[in-house]
Design a protein around this ligand. Sequence first.
Ligand SMILES: C[S@@+](CC[C@H](N)C(=O)[O-])C[C@H]1O[C@@H](n2cnc3c(N)ncnc32)[C@H](O)[C@@H]1O
Ligand code: SF4
Length: 370
Amino acid sequence: MYQNLYVHIPFCQSKCGYCSFYSIPAAGKELFEEYVSSMERRMAGCSIAGAFDTVYFGGGTPSALPTPLFERLFLAVNAYFEIAPEAEISVECNPETIDEYKGALISAFANRISLGVQSFSQDMRTFLGRNANDHDVKNAVKIFRKYHINRLSIDLIYAIPGQTLAGWLEELKIAVDMGFEHISCYSLTVEEGTPLAEAHGVDVVDDELSAEMWHAAGEFLRKYGLRRYEISNYACVGQECRHNMNVWHGGTYLGFGPAASSFDGKTRWTQAHDLRKWLLSHSPEIDEISVDCRADEILAFGLRTADGWTEAQWNSLLPEIRAVLPWEAIGAHKGVSELREQGLLLVEPGHIRPSDQGMAFWDNIAAALI
Ligand SMILES: C[S@@+](CC[C@H](N)C(=O)[O-])C[C@H]1O[C@@H](n2cnc3c(N)ncnc32)[C@H](O)[C@@H]1O
Ligand code: SF4
């Protein structure tokens, strides 16, 4: 019934200055064991028909878990769920948390690693409050390659104060030279309440430079065979993240762990954003979405991707979605017509996708459709 499994590991070694995701810095260590035991119990009590096409261990920092506890989590997923033979299994890792032993364990279970590097410049990393150094990054890559991981992704942040366009392209060149098959690039966002906002205010990002860097990244990476397939994601052919592609195209997902969301095709629900409340089994927050809104949302999220929707993809959605928004009606959708006139959407027979401008201004697409 669910296509995708998401496992949220809410621990980090320390809190990065910019991050507003729910995660607990090292102080949460005493709860590692309790968290894993609770995950085991919840997974054991869950009976799911059918095999998962993807599994995604996200965070926080999954690799912050000590190796023996990580192993228990992997074993629980294997014991209590059916995973398709060709499933994509991704794990987010921070370089400084990877040693030979943990790298070997993760590589034995997963086939795709997403490495949070953020920047190759020590000055930028210091500004962001990141712990890894150059050696940690090279070492993590070496270990994963040694254990035959051939789907290695890197997360980079751009538009960091002090970073120039040339400096950003230099970062991308290093990532390309290191052989990453997939690159995620996020413009720095500084949210209220984060240490970075308190130290420098929320307006430190130059939006014009950020837009310039986004365009430049697309052109630069294309020359090296990595195509922008979603607003923030670039990949060599066949290396796109299947988990995220499924989710952007309205796929169902089952989430475990604090702050994890689930979607069964009709309702979305999110677990407590608090480890202690989650351990005490506080009820999840339920988001009932009318079928009309769901159809609009699914349409908009698929348009985050460069290829948008084909007729066949749309027709594989739940019948009730297609009943309220049949493929034939999408071209006449009020929002779609406006966006087409603005040059943000390209509509052809059997295919609808965002233009380059549409990807750059996806918020306008979302506002017009949802
Ligand atoms: C939730 S984090 C988890 C990955 C891992 N803990 C790490 O930090 O490397 C996923 C990614 O979101 C991006 N991210 C998080 N907060 C951000 C922010 N305020 N601005 C830009 N990118 C951000 C970072 O690139 C990060 O790698
Ligand atoms: S960016 Fe990643 S490592 Fe940093 S605090 Fe957020 S989740 Fe943790």
